[in-house]
Design a protein around this ligand. Structure first.
Ligand SMILES: C[S@@+](CC[C@H](N)C(=O)[O-])C[C@H]1O[C@@H](n2cnc3c(N)ncnc32)[C@H](O)[C@@H]1O
Length: 329
């Protein structure tokens, strides 16, 4: 190995499932895309494992600013690109691998002023890219039915209508601009939390974050962009934290590894087509006991890995991927 991920002045961030990922995509060489640079843990891990160069993408400009203290140590081996990963194929072609580690970084979550956290008061923002409509804008502008739909579809919040009604009532008195305001409104609509239950605002905050960052469309777009960018034999590795995200990745890979043949001999013949990916391991890989003990946040992390074939890219259909979609589109 050309060096360890800790040989440079790296932040103390612990990347989730990094070692299982590196094992699953070994041997690592050539050019890789890290579509979710974050604190750079995967990028450093890939370079240490043998990648010659990493095209590091993040939609959050702050991610690259935070890496300024160490990124120069890898001069010429990391290209930083501020963009969404659904456009990754505009920045890289014929690459040897693509990694996506979905969700918010702990850096984003821990900074109150980014507005992702219900437990730290801050502006109600939640924009990873720090541009476009913020959570405060959605909460101020959407009508009650649209708010309820977002809470229900993206947050699986059963009290969605009650919460949307309370938001509309509260914003008529005072604009809702702080995370604490929203969190208190949600709490006032739900029964008191029992020990061991998650915070009552968890689902509503998740729903707004998904809407603000258009996360499901980004995920499907990212998988398709990776498919367009990978060379035959190139590896795709995706880490998710939520079952809905994992289901989308699983169904995408199922569809892309299926030849379209088989099925019932009584069913009409489906045309045979070449699969875009193969999968040596079909099951999702989770953290082992050591990683769980060291990092309980890894509990729900799931890794899926696939290898690109030379078949042309396929088509996706949001519904068959199980992507939650709002009625409006
Ligand atoms: C969980 S963190 C990645 C952590 C990283 N693997 C590490 O080791 O430090 C996710 C990062 O992906 C970024 N991100 C999320 N969705 C994105 C998208 N659609 N396009 C580009 N970056 C995205 C977030 O801004 C965040 O920095």
């Amino acid at each position: 190995m050309p060096g360890s991920p800790h040989s440079h002045d790296a932040p103390a961030h612990v990347p989730v499932l990094l070692q299982p990922l590196l094992r699953a995509v070994a041997p690592v060489h050539g050019v890789w895309v890290d579509g979710t640079f974050g604190a750079g843990g995967y990028t450093r891990g890939l370079l240490a494992a043998g990648a010659g160069r990493v095209i590091a993408i993040d939609r959050d400009p702050l991610a690259f600013r935070m890496a300024e203290s160490w990124i120069g140590d890898f001069a010429g081996r990391i290209d930083c690109v501020e963009d969404v990963f659904s456009s990754l194929d505009c920045h890289a072609q014929d690459v040897d691998g693509v990694v996506l580690d979905l969700g918010v970084s702990s850096m984003q979550l821990d900074q109150a002023e980014r507005g992702f956290s219900f437990s730290r008061d801050g502006p109600l923002d939640m924009r990873m890219s720090q541009s476009g409509r913020s959570a405060a804008d959605l909460v101020a502008e959407l009508d009650e039915a649209d708010l309820a739909e977002i809470l229900y579809v993206y947050g699986e919040e059963r009290a969605s209508r009650r919460i949307a009604r309370a938001i509309v009532r509260a914003r008529a008195q005072t604009p809702i601009t702080r995370t604490r305001q929203l969190s208190e409104i949600v709490e006032s609509c739900l029964p008191r939390r029992r020990p061991g239950q998650s915070h009552p605002a968890t689902r509503s905050f998740q729903a707004l974050r998904i809407a603000v960052n258009d996360e499901y469309a980004e995920l499907v777009g990212g998988l398709e962009a990776a498919e367009r960018a990978l060379r035959p034999g190139g590896k795709l590795a995706v880490v998710t934290f939520h079952s809905v995200d994992d289901r989308i990745v699983k169904r995408f890979l199922q569809a892309r590894t299926d030849t379209g043949g088989g099925g019932s001999r009584h069913a009409p013949d489906r045309p045979q087509r070449a699969p875009q990916f193969t999968q040596a391991i079909r099951k999702a890989i989770g953290p082992d006991d050591d990683e769980l003990a060291a990092n309980p946040r890894a509990r729900s992390a799931r890794l899926r890995v696939a290898e690109r074939t030379d078949a042309p890219p396929g088509q996706s259909d949001a519904r068959s991927l199980g992507m939650p979609t709002l009625k409006g589109g």
